[in-house]
Design a protein around this ligand. Structure first.
Ligand SMILES: [Zn+2]
Length: 278
């Protein structure tokens, strides 16, 4: 499932491609025909994300609300012939202008809603480490839920009501980076540990936005952060991980075998030797 950095980059790209334009919106697949008719030909004000949710604002208080779910994709074609692109596969929603075509396939949510509905959706979501300038992105809001819960921290980090945007890769990797035992209940997590988790996500997610990869290995984090600071090209050919999808392989730090177990419906990966912190 795409994590928050993917949605943030997607919102940015949709904003760049369509803000200020009035795209033709259609539903080649037919399932979104009514919704598309409500916004087609209307000016796009902008696009934003919150966690894994995407919102495209149209003039006239109409908002396209999208959640990609497990298999959804939203691709933007910027080639000059874009306006004539043939429809490939099951396209739920297509935005088309003379310069750009964007195709949404397989989303979990694709709906035209009111700004009030957007507020309701945001009210159910925890803070987003990529939206620091928004007052709703206060790490204390997550902390109040974490320290009252007996659920394991690895499960709480995946709960979008606690924290918005973090998925399976970031939770496994950040808990390893900070040596936190993923099975510690929220009630046993120290406040300073939560602050360290939040700070790490705040540092890592923008690198994910910039590279379209989840960068967590310290050397690579430093390399990408430096390139971003210098304003140069950020290129990363491979993405490595400390624990994610490395079950049975030796821990890069201590050599113990990386373990895996299903937590909150997804395979958690961790090093039982390194991760003892509460
Ligand atoms: Zn280890």
């Amino acid at each position: 499932m795409p994590e928050g950095h993917t949605l943030f980059a997607l919102a940015r790209d949709l904003d760049t491609a369509f803000a200020g334009t009035s795209p033709t919106v259609t539903s080649p697949q037919g399932k979104f025909a009514h919704g598309a008719s409500l916004i087609s030909g209307t000016e796009v004000e902008g696009a934003t994300s919150w966690g894994k949710h995407l919102f495209v604002d149209f003039v006239g208080d109409r908002v396209l609300w999208v959640h990609l779910g497990l298999i959804g994709t939203f691709t933007i074609d910027t080639s000059s012939y874009a306006g004539e692109l043939p429809v490939v596969g099951q396209v739920r929603c297509r935005f088309a202008t003379e310069d750009h075509v964007a195709d949404l396939r397989g989303p979990m949510v694709c709906d035209v809603v009111t700004p009030e509905k957007v507020d309701e959706v945001l009210g159910r979501l925890g803070p987003d480490p990529l939206r620091l300038t928004d007052v709703r992105s206060d790490p204390d809001l997550a902390w109040t839920r974490i320290h009252r819960s007996r659920k394991p921290i690895a499960e709480l980090l995946m709960d979008q009501a606690v924290l918005a945007g973090v998925g399976n890769v970031y939770r496994s990797e950040v808990l390893f980076r900070l040596r936190v035992n993923p099975f510690r209940p929220g009630t046993a997590i120290k406040r300073s540990t939560w602050q360290a988790i939040w700070d790490d996500l705040v540092a890592l997610l923008p690198l994910g936005v910039a590279t379209s990869k989840i960068v967590t290995i310290h050397d690579q984090v430093d390399e990408v952060a430096r390139a971003l600071e210098e304003g140069g090209d950020v290129r990363l050919d491979s993405r490595d991980s400390y624990v994610y999808k490395r079950a049975g392989e030796p821990c890069l730090v201590c050599g113990s075998r990386i373990r895996t177990e299903v937590v909150a419906g997804r395979n958690l990966f961790w090093c039982g030797n390194c991760q003892r912190r509460s």
